[in-house]
Design a protein around this ligand. Structure first.
Ligand SMILES: Cc1cc2nc3c(=O)[nH]c(=O)nc-3n(C[C@H](O)[C@H](O)[C@H](O)COP(=O)(O)O)c2cc1C
Length: 190
């Protein structure tokens, strides 16, 4: 897969964001954390419903509890992250309580906003789908009827990779992407 941008007009911030597995244990400045969370706040959503619900663990005792929802393979590297953000989507609209079929789509936009805001502050993020949704809901005091547990985001400062075992070290690099032609279909062309 290619790591080379096709368009010379692409904003470099899209390439500069990636998902490292090396975190420095250094604490995140609360003002930076606030900015990251606020980036989610300004994400667009269907009917401006803002279905995202973010549960933040940013103190050693709460991070410890949040880590427990992760699968073992993620804990190997994510245990060093000083902040974990559990990302949920409200299943029903705030407006009239009907099912919101855009909730996950909109919450995905909020995650990307957080990732880019973090990057612009020199921080790193790594989203994880490898966690127990049941445990995450229980930890947050939410029900599966009202909320969908979508992912857990590790947030922190970049590490230098020196703590990583060989098999994780090979993952400490940006991933490539499919070609544009593989993900874009132009109407009217075969
Ligand atoms: C919803 C979601 C779930 C993911 N789950 C995991 C995970 O459980 N463990 C992991 O190491 N990476 C996980 N990732 C990271 C992806 O593997 C990564 O974003 C993808 O390979 C692209 O690489 P990049 O983010 O470095 O560009 C997840 C990413 C997303 C958006």
């Amino acid at each position: 897969m290619s790591r080379v941008p096709v368009s010379p007009r692409l904003d470099p911030r899209f390439i500069e964001r990636w998902s490292p597995v090396s975190f420095s244990p250094a604490a995140v400045d609360p003002r930076d954390l606030e900015a990251v969370l606020e980036a989610a706040r300004w994400a667009p959503s269907s009917n401006n419903d803002q279905p995202w619900h973010l549960v933040v663990a940013d103190r050693p005792e709460t991070v410890e509890r949040a880590r427990a929802v992760l699968v073992a393979g993620n804990r190997r590297w994510a245990d060093r992250a000083p902040v974990l953000i559990l990302v949920f989507a409200r299943r029903l609209t705030r407006r009239n309580g009907t099912p919101n079929r855009w909730a996950a789509f909109d919450t995905g936009a909020a995650w990307m906003s957080m990732a880019l805001q973090a990057r612009s502050l020199g921080l790193i993020t790594h989203a994880m789908g490898g966690f127990s949704a049941e445990q995450a809901l229980a930890l947050a005091g939410l029900s599966a009827e009202s909320h969908e547990a979508l992912c857990v985001v590790a947030l922190g400062h970049p590490g230098d990779g020196s703590e990583l075992p060989e098999d994780l070290l090979v993952r400490q690099q940006p991933n490539g992407r499919l070609e544009l032609s593989e993900i874009v279909q132009r109407l009217g062309e075969d």
